[in-house]
Write a protein that binds this ligand. Structure first.
Ligand code: ATP
Ligand code: MG
Length: 227
């Protein structure tokens, strides 16, 4: 059996390839993301950053190559194993938020734990309210996404990604729609998780000031990364 060590990367990609039609977006990309650190991905629009996060989270399937999360080859898992890994180990903040329109902010935050019995429903609700407070959205808990601004939806999406206290948090420009003060608060919340509970944070950003604060910066170029 494989022994997991603290020094094993939280995320590894090995020779990943992904094309859309004739466009090769990810070209033989191998990457080690260190555990319990804040890593940033930068790169031009269209360079494949969101595609890479989609592959790492198992939402997109590679044409070739492997993704290992905490040493587990996620594409070797069956559907159930994949769904469970995604639900329990990974939190994702999508670039386009992906909130469910028919659900309130609170219900959206609780969505990842609907089938989870590690805590009671009441305990998850306490946690969800706490997260909504921390992103400044508690007063809007009962609002549906359609009644929220882009930045407000983004903050609800961040709370949703954290409800599971995931070991790995993937965030696609999580502060892209926020004013400076709110962005700073969200940034402190996310990086605080790395510092306080050892979350592995992988964040796509166009903001060089944010990237400068990362423990490691990966640049996407021509379907590959440079460190
Ligand atoms: N589902 C898809 N079908 C076809 N092409 C796609 C699809 N998803 C992404 N692409 C293409 O793949 C390339 C990389 O897209 P991706 O969204 O990963 O870029 P990005 O680096 O996240 O850009 P941005 O900074 O603008 O968010 C783009 O040229 C895009 O048009
Ligand atoms: Mg993108």
């Amino acid at each position: 059996m494989k022994v997991k060590t603290m020094t094993e990367p939280a995320i590894q990609t090995e020779n990943l390839v992904k094309s859309y039609g004739s466009v090769e977006v990810i070209r033989n990309l191998s990457l080690d993301v260190p555990r319990a650190q804040f890593s940033a991905i930068v790169g031009k629009s269209g360079s494949g950053k969101s595609t890479l996060l989609g592959l790492i989270s198992g939402l997109e399937t590679p044409d070739a190559g492997r993704v290992l999360l905490n040493g587990t080859d996620i594409f070797a898992l069956d559907d159930k194993g994949m769904a469970e890994t995604r639900r329990r180990q990974i939190g994702i903040v999508f670039q386009s938020f992906n909130l469910v329109p028919a659900l309130s902010a609170l219900e959206n935050v609780l969505l990842p734990v609907v089938f989870d019995d590690r805590l009671s429903k009441a305990e998850y609700e306490v946690r969800a309210h706490d997260l909504l407070s921390r992103v400044g959205m508690e007063a809007r808990a009962s609002h549906r996404p359609g009644a929220l601004s882009g930045g407000e939806q983004q903050r609800v999406a961040i709370a949703r990604a954290l409800i599971n206290q995931p070991a790995i948090l993937l965030a696609d420009e999580p502060t892209g729609n926020l004013d400076e003060t709110t962005a700073a608060g969200v940034f402190d919340l996310l990086t605080g998780l790395t510092r306080d509970i050892g979350t592995t944070l992988l964040m796509v950003t166009h903001d060089m000031d944010i990237a400068a604060k990362a423990d490691r910066v990966f640049e996407m170029k021509n379907g590959k990364v440079e460190q």
